[in-house]
Design a protein around this ligand. Structure first.
Ligand SMILES: [Zn+2]
Length: 417
């Protein structure tokens, strides 16, 4: 009762940190305010707890997947997402059985492609890119190459100016661009030619300039995008996800384009910030409601951190820090534990803030969100349609937990590079 509602989270934060962060070498616990950089990591006991929970959840997930849709190949709700989880587990543990599992799942997806969509998250590019990577890691060069060839064949519809493909991450060009950048990161630079990437980037820029002109916003927001007639802001369907991909070093967008087109557009989104630090789901929406990766600060934080890296201006970091505050206040979600609109996805924003600032406060917050995921299923949260999937369900929470215990190399799946 000594603490007001606003002070309470801060109080809890400095109190509970004792149990979570300790000196990795001596095992001594220290207070939140006195620990020095680098000396303190995540307490061993907490790590153990997380690792045990990962085993437990993996078992539950495998059991649950027995009744999952055998034809859903997507990274978002289907088998490619499960393959991505096993790739991640292979990365953090080095266990070859995980890579084998990833192969089993990705093989299943490659039989089910339907040519309807082109993105990493929801289309054929996801299984093909993940297939190329898994086969490459297993030294199956011919199979890897076959996946890459098929991945590149998708570009035709992506760059064609008369196609009605959108630009956002889930179903649009930015989601295809991610697939190309992903294979370049995982297999090696130039696996996909710069010329191909330049064409895809060119198509995204063209589309953004066109809509901006149509809407008479060339001054304020030179790159404008919409999906289903709405100008979304967030990472999944909106501006944040598209700008984030355009600013990736691997996208090799020229400094001039970054400065003249991307920067003012990012600033335009910045000006839509609510007083809370959150962002609207679309440009026409005035209500400060959703705090999800797909809509709201947990997605926008990534574009702000990237803008800070690229343009080296403090204002971007400051806004990102404000995102961190609203996510800390409102980011434990009743919608579930997943990546897209769940607690795990929101937890990733703290890991990214931690990368950018090296402030242990963010590591602590990431651990607290992980702690919530450790009590999976006990909070009366809504059960998503695909409860074991990467972006809606349990696989996403496991992915997050496996990243929290190795926070230095954490990476939001199908988004961060
Ligand atoms: Zn969502």
């Amino acid at each position: 009762s000594l603490f007001s509602v606003q002070l309470l989270p801060m109080y809890l934060e400095s109190f509970c940190v004792l149990a979570i962060i300790q000196n990795a070498e001596t095992g001594t616990v220290c207070s939140y305010l006195t620990f020095k950089q680098q000396e303190y990591g995540i307490a061993l006991a907490f790590k153990k707890k997380v690792q045990n929970k990962i085993k437990d959840l993996l078992q539950q997930m495998e059991e649950g997947l027995k009744t999952a849709d055998p034809h859903d190949f997507s990274a978002y709700t289907g088998w490619t997402g499960i393959a991505l989880l096993y790739l991640q587990l292979h990365r953090v543990t080095g266990e070859s059985s995980h890579l084998q599992r990833a192969l089993d799942y990705v093989k299943r997806t490659l039989r089910n492609l339907n040519g309807r969509r082109v993105t990493f998250l929801c289309g054929d590019a996801g299984p093909l890119a993940v297939g190329a990577v898994v086969h490459h890691k297993l030294k199956n060069q011919a199979e890897s190459q076959e996946c890459l060839t098929r991945l590149l064949q998708l570009q035709r519809s992506v760059v064609s100016s008369d196609s009605d493909i959108p630009d956002e991450l889930l179903y649009g060009r930015a989601g295809y661009l991610y697939a190309l950048l992903y294979v370049n990161k995982e297999i090696g630079p130039n696996t996909v030619d710069d010329a191909v990437i330049a064409k895809v980037v060119g198509a995204i820029l063209e589309s953004g300039k066109n809509l901006s002109k149509e809407e008479k916003k060339t001054e304020r927001c030179p790159l404008l995008y919409e999906w289903h007639k709405k100008q979304y802001v967030g990472a999944a369907h909106g501006l944040a996800g598209i700008y984030y991909m355009l600013m990736q070093p691997g996208a090799k967008v020229s400094q001039e384009v970054l400065t003249e087109l991307v920067r003012p557009s990012v600033d335009y989104v910045r000006h839509k910030k609510f007083r809370s630090g959150n962002y609207p789901s679309s440009l026409s929406n005035e209500t400060d409601r959703l705090v999800h990766w797909c809509h709201g600060a947990p997605g926008v934080v990534h574009v702000l951190l990237m803008a800070h890296k690229v343009f080296k201006e403090e204002k971007y970091l400051k806004d990102a820090v404000d995102c961190g505050e609203v996510i800390w206040q409102r980011g434990l979600l009743r919608k579930g534990y997943g990546i897209c609109h769940g607690t795990a996805g929101n937890g990733y924003s703290f890991l990214s803030l931690y990368h950018a600032t090296q402030e242990k406060k963010y590591l602590y917050r990431a651990c607290k969100f992980a702690e919530w995921c450790l009590d999976y299923g006990t909070h009366g949260c809504r059960i998503p349609d695909r409860p074991y999937s990467l972006f809606e369900g349990m696989a996403g929470a496991i992915h997050y937990l496996s990243d929290v215990v190795q926070p230095e190399t954490s990476c939001f799946p199908a988004f961060e590079l």
